[in-house]
Design a protein around this ligand. Structure first.
Ligand SMILES: Cc1ncc(COP(=O)(O)O)c(C=O)c1O
Length: 496
């Protein structure tokens, strides 16, 4: 027989609204199973006769029979003709008391992670904003995206390619998209790409993790810009690499510092077109020197070209990959900024000898990118829509940057100095008042304004305090409202 408390817990389970969609016999079966799994009904314990339990629960005997039959089929109970039903001896090899979920919860706290897993968990990963509010950085405008056109192209693909898009795809990426990407980077970024050197991925972030794990071993040194993009730094840290910070000035990465380093590194990571977060562009002589350094030392150049579509004064300088005759450069691109981050399509242009190993490695991560999205994007690019969309957004973003600069100069000149970028989706501001970066960011957050502090992006401790202001996804009115809120909030905290 059940104890009163056991009967009550079965009743509570049965009437719980979360279980309402289940048939009655399944609810009773699950409730009894839970008592067994939790150890409340130990091995060998008798279950009530089906007639008695039916009466206690106010259900038919057939319902209880169906529950018991399922418990028996799953091995939780034994049914002995003439004597009744008993909890199986499923724990006969477990000495001592069975662990309850509470015990295991306590034992698993903290979870049994590997050293690598614990370090990754501690790093917090890269959490992008889900619904951007001013001035969250790195996010494009998505409200203007031509969704109807995209849906039309998607329907065309489905009609023409049919059920093929529902199957597994080439882990390197669909050929039409690789061709479209190669044409685009050759034309717009001065790259030296062919479709067979392009590997389609889900993001730049995935590209960085792949590079870290496929090109370097734990403990290997990698030169990385200082300040640096946090996503790159976290990917390299997670792979156990020794990140050696290299200073950045107005002309980008200071190559002389690399040359002067007494110990070699196997790779260098940089954002040469538009340094994150300073916005500087790597000068041509430095590009050439870096290529020579990489060739001489058989090192890899990992070039993150994340938002070069959005240059507002003239064309951006051609990418490093296109200048590198020695095939030491891995070029990383993404559609997260140029189209929309939910697309989850990024890519790398690889030296020929890396195509096979990187593609194999990618099969272990997630197999491949969804073919439907890839083929739709290929059409979007082939049809000239990508170029047109980027041109339109460039105009919008340039105007928004102007608005932001004017408003910052008008309302925040007592607090910050803006560093107007030549491109990209965000602007850095350096604090010129007595407020600390932390106090500024907290004051902003209290009035619903997001700022990314600059100090945390620096490895050396002598960074100027300041923050990044994303401007791309906010209308001039939204920018104005947020700048005014920020000015009021800073005025309030600066008052003694
Ligand atoms: C410098 C830099 N690289 C890469 C990325 C990430 O792009 P993805 O969404 O493709 O991982 C970002 C996003 O903010 C970035 O700022």
């Amino acid at each position: 027989m059940f104890k009163h408390s056991q009967l009550e817990s079965v009743k509570a389970w049965v009437v719980h609204p979360a279980h309402a969609a289940m048939p009655l016999h399944a609810r009773i079966q699950r409730a009894i199973r839970q008592l067994i799994v939790d150890g409340a009904l130990g091995p060998g314990k008798p279950l009530p006769a089906s007639r008695a339990l039916a009466k206690s629960l106010g259900v038919s005997r057939d319902t209880i029979e169906a529950s018991y039959a399922q418990l028996h089929a799953e091995g939780f109970i034994d049914r002995r003709v003439g004597s009744g039903s008993f909890v199986s001896e499923i724990t006969e090899f477990t000495p001592g008391r069975r662990l309850t979920p509470r015990d295991t919860l306590l034992r698993n706290h903290p979870p049994n992670l590997s050293k690598r897993g614990a370090a990754i968990s501690r790093s917090g990963g890269v959490r992008e904003v889900l619904s951007p509010r001013p001035f969250a950085h790195g996010v494009p405008e998505t409200r203007t995206f031509p969704l109807q056109l995209w849906e039309r192209l998607e329907r065309q693909v489905r009609k023409e390619v049919g059920a093929q898009t529902l199957l597994h795809g080439d882990p390197q990426g669909t050929e039409p998209l690789r061709r479209a990407i190669a044409d685009y980077v050759n034309l717009e970024r001065g790259a030296r790409a062919t479709a067979d050197r392009v590997l389609v991925l889900t993001s730049s972030q995935q590209a960085m993790s792949l590079c870290a794990n496929m090109l370097l071993d734990p403990g290997d040194r990698i030169f990385i810009e200082d300040p640096a993009y946090y996503g790159a730094r976290k990917a390299f840290d997670a792979a156990g690499l020794d990140c050696v910070p290299i200073r950045v000035d107005r002309q980008g990465l200071i190559i002389e510092q690399i040359m002067a380093e007494p110990h070699m590194a196997k790779a260098v990571f940089l954002t040469p077109s538009h340094q994150f977060p300073t916005g500087s562009t790597l000068a041509l002589d430095r590009r050439l020197a870096l290529i020579e350094w990489a060739a001489r030392n058989r090192a890899w150049i990992i070039e993150d070209d994340y938002d070069s579509e959005f240059h507002y004064t003239g064309k951006p300088m051609a990418c490093v990959q296109g200048l590198d005759p020695h095939d030491r450069t891995i070029y990383i691109g993404t559609f997260s900024k140029s189209l929309f981050p939910g697309l989850r399509i990024g890519y790398v242009v690889l030296p020929p000898q890396l195509v096979k190993p990187m593609t194999v490695a990618r099969t272990l991560l997630d197999g491949h990118t969804a073919p439907m999205a890839q083929l739709t994007l290929a059409r979007f690019m082939e049809g000239g829509h990508f170029g047109a969309y980027v041109r339109a957004m460039r105009g919008i973003y340039a105007q928004r940057l102007d608005v932001l600069v004017c408003l910052v100069r008008k309302h925040l000149s007592n607090f910050v100095e803006p560093h107007v970028p030549v491109g990209g989706l965000q602007m850095a501001c350096v604090l010129t008042c007595d407020l600390s970066e932390r106090i500024t960011i907290e004051a902003a957050r209290r009035v619903g304004v997001e700022l990314l502090g600059l100090s945390a992006l620096h490895a050396a401790g002598d960074a100027k305090a300041g923050f990044l202001m994303g401007f791309a996804p906010y209308t001039p009115l939204e920018i104005e409202a947020a700048v005014k809120k920020l000015a009021n909030a800073l005025r309030a905290v600066i008052k003694p």
